[in-house]
Design a protein around this ligand. Structure first.
Ligand code: GDP
Length: 324
């Protein structure tokens, strides 16, 4: 039995072992563990919310872990406490996540002011993201004031991370080409900044050229706002060049939108979205796991597929079984 009050005190005191234990509870499949985690999070909520929440995405190989290692180290050097979390729905299939892997972030992994947590490895994207959200709240209560949430450059998980964070950073490779297509396909709506990585050595010119291309593409595609227009910067995770300028833009965004109450407003909108996402997740789980439904749905599916039963009647029956 977990002593929730003791765990609460230990987390507020910034004890890492307690934080890790609470996150493990929140990620557990056991209903009693999750219930304890929810009670704990409820108690800690007044102490959460204080971090600058930044989502970071990019295709594999773009340099996410290199950049996060260098950026995180820069930030702890400034006195911040940095938590690195990951959302990787594919980890359910692969049995482990390549994101948030400590070996990929050698300096941060041994930094006493950093905490790295790989992606929870169970459930749907919604489930993984919901657990990451709880982990984020726990980290905030433990005193982390910068949360970096890493994800891979595939549509849905990016949207989920954008719904978790205040700022969404998209890393790009210097040799644009196909990447510009990515820009057209919806990244613009969620990107708060684009950083072209690997702007060093022989790659420096290509990175600058790519940045110019992205700038003109954004000029055409990006929704205009008087408060914020998506900047395009060049950085090197390897040398650390440009990371300070990049971070100052993140802070600038926070200051500008924060002054108008827009960060708080965004978080409230996200909370409402999360509420519905969790409801949907539970409905889906009921659909998949309810024994009576599990026994019945294959027959309904077959009957609809064979044209013997109308989809409306079949849906009615399923809805009735769900108590709807
Ligand atoms: P991830 O898959 O997005 O996490 O990418 P990694 O951080 O693992 O980097 C992929 C490869 O790119 C590695 O070989 C890195 O050393 C290299 N890399 C990452 N950032 C930079 C950079 O700023 N400059 C250069 N030249 N190489 C980089």
């Amino acid at each position: 039995m977990v002593d929730v009050a003791a765990l609460e005190d230990a987390i507020l005191a910034g004890e890492r072992a307690a934080l890790a234990r609470a996150i493990t509870l929140a990620e557990s499949r056991r209903a009693d563990h999750r219930e304890q985690a929810h009670r704990l999070i409820q108690r800690l909520l007044p102490h959460a919310g204080g971090a600058n929440r930044v989502g970071i995405t990019g295709v594999p190989g773009v340099g996410k872990s290199t950049v996060i290692d260098a950026l995180g180290t820069y930030l702890t050097g400034l006195g911040h406490k940095v938590a690195v979390l990951a959302v990787d729905p594919s980890s359910t299939r692969s049995g482990g996540s390549i994101l948030g892997d400590k070996t990929r972030m050698a300096r941060l992994a041994v930094d006493p002011n950093a905490y790295i947590r790989p992606s929870p490895s169970s459930g749907t994207l919604g489930g993984v993201a919901a657990k990451t959200r709880e982990t984020m709240l726990l980290c905030e209560a433990a005193g982390f004031d910068v949360i970096l949430v890493e994800t891979v450059g595939v549509g849905q998980s990016e949207t989920a991370v954008a719904d978790l964070t205040d700022f969404f950073l998209v890393l790009m490779l210097p040799n644009a080409g196909d990447e510009l297509q990515g820009i057209k396909k919806g990244i613009v709506e969620i990107a708060d900044m684009i950083a072209v990585n690997k702007a060093d050595g022989a790659g420096a010119n290509a990175a600058r050229a790519a940045a110019a291309q992205y700038r003109s593409a954004l000029h055409i595609l990006a929704p205009s706002s008087s408060l914020w227009s998506t900047p395009v910067v060049t950085i090197s995770g390897l040398t650390g060049d440009g990371l300070d300028a990049m971070w100052s833009k993140v802070e600038d965004h926070r200051a500008r939108l924060g002054a108008k109450g827009l960060i708080a407003e965004k978080r409230r909108r996200q909370d409402v979205k999360w509420m519905w996402a969790m409801v949907e997740d539970r409905l889906q789980a009921r659909l998949r796991h309810d024994p009576a439904l599990k026994a019945r749905t294959p027959m309904l599916e077959a009957a609809v597929g064979a044209g013997e039963l109308s989809p409306t009647l079949a849906a009615d029956e399923i809805a009735k079984a769900l108590g709807l």
